[in-house]
Design a protein around this ligand. Structure first.
Ligand code: V47
Ligand code: SF4
Length: 369
């Protein structure tokens, strides 16, 4: 394979590609060259080699459900199609009972995870959310609770006058198992100021994930790509995550989130083509050599692109038998009420030539399909 690559690329790209095949870590400069110069087919080959070195033929999925407690948010990110102010007729706030009713709908079903995230509500506090987690834990001691992005955590922990480790420890004692990757957006300070000026900055996001990892709370990481960011800014984002992962090893998966433009103030930027999505998945898989998993979140990119991403290094289709998230349907994603049966998910993975494996939150294998 090395000869094939070297004979079909310029010397510099060929050498970088050969280094990837040999499992060497890329510098940001090498990643940029690859990103700029390698054709899409080469990106697919390299990302698949890197994926196979991590997870062989396996492609994972899990059975989870989402709860979005509120879309009321004190922030006003330019790309967000979802947040509302408290007095807006389209805002919603679920009570504790509403939330527990959603959990009860899954009684007796073999779900393994609940994913809870939403807007940053001005008057909910850490104990309010902690008690809800404890109630969910009592109802379903068997499922893993993945809750609150670093942005939500930053607000509730600061409001309680606690340090991040103190706040996270409290939530862990209430029953929190892991934290989702939301809120990362793009770490570059000048671009971040333009698209989500008010909320937690990159350093805060990373500090919260690091504190969580140090307490044994695993997490995911994301990037919001395909808006105004440059390839250099994407790579800088990946680099900061790679450095943190070197220190803690606490990230389970990296999830590239494609910017969707409907109903938000960044509409005029348009959306990137699917070729750019695939290049981005591949680059993530190649550069993040210390992340075990790259997740394609199909409600955001659509089922077809999610299947394609499996040829560009993704090894996890965010599962779900009933995805009730509204973040993407409101931002223009194809699937308005995203649901996918296990049979469909298994068929999607097989159609890309891989072996479907059901997993739990921490990627322990539950069943090979
Ligand atoms: O942080 C908001 C993104 C994120 C738009 O950890 C948008 O398993 C695209 O993080 N276009 C929240 N993206 C969702 C999230 C997530 C999703 C699935 C799984 C996991 C996990 C985490 O959604 C936000 C923001 O980056 N987002 N608006 C938009 N218009
Ligand atoms: Fe609020 Fe999150 Fe929307 Fe930003 S992306 S406005 S933090 S709900």
């Amino acid at each position: 394979m090395k000869e094939l690559i070297l004979n079909n690329t310029d010397t510099e790209t060929g050498e970088i590609a050969a280094a990837v095949i040999e499992g060497k870590r890329l510098t940001p400069e090498e990643a940029l060259t690859l990103y700029r110069k390698a054709d899409l087919a080469l990106m697919a080959v390299l990302a698949t080699a890197a994926k196979r070195a991590k997870s062989g033929d396996d492609v994972f999925f899990n059975r989870n459900f989402h709860i979005e407690p509120t879309n009321v948010c004190i922030y006003n990110c330019r790309f967000c199609s979802y947040h509302k102010s408290e007095d807006d007729p389209d805002s919603w706030e679920l009570s504790e009972n509403d939330i527990l009713d959603i959990v009860r709908r899954f009684d007796g079903l073999p779900v393994t995870e609940v994913h809870i995230t939403g807007g940053v509500h001005p008057s909910r506090d850490i104990h309010y959310y902690g008690k809800i987690i404890a109630s969910i834990r009592r109802l379903r001691p068997d499922i893993s609770i993945k809750a609150f992005s670093a942005v939500e955590l930053d607000y509730m922990i600061r409001k309680a006058g606690m340090t991040y480790p103190e706040g996270l420890k409290l939530l862990r004692d209430y029953g929190l198992d892991s934290i989702p990757g939301g809120g990362a957006e793009i770490f570059d300070a000048s671009l971040r100021r333009k698209i989500c000026r008010e909320k937690a900055d990159a350093e805060t996001y990373l500090a919260i994930h690091e504190a969580a990892h140090n307490l044994g709370i695993s997490s995911n990481a994301t990037i919001l790509y395909g808006h105004a960011e440059s390839p250099e800014q994407r790579i800088d984002h990946l680099l900061r995550l790679r450095e943190l992962q070197d220190r803690t090893g606490g990230f389970n998966a990296f999830i590239p989130l494609k910017f969707r433009r409907e109903n938000n103030r960044m509409y005029d930027l348009g959306e990137v083509p699917v070729t750019e999505d695939m290049r981005n998945y591949a680059l993530s898989r190649i550069f993040l050599d210390n992340f075990s998993h790259i997740k394609a979140y199909w409600p955001a990119i659509g089922k077809n692109a999610a299947m394609m991403s499996l040829a560009f290094g993704a090894d996890d289709l965010d599962g779900t038998i009933d995805d009730t998230t509204r973040i993407y349907s409101m931002a223009g994603a194809e699937d308005i009420n995203p649901t996918l049966s296990t049979t469909e998910l298994v068929a999607m993975i097989r159609s890309a030539g891989f072996k479907p494996v059901e997993r739990d939150t921490n990627y322990r294998k539950i069943r090979e399909w």
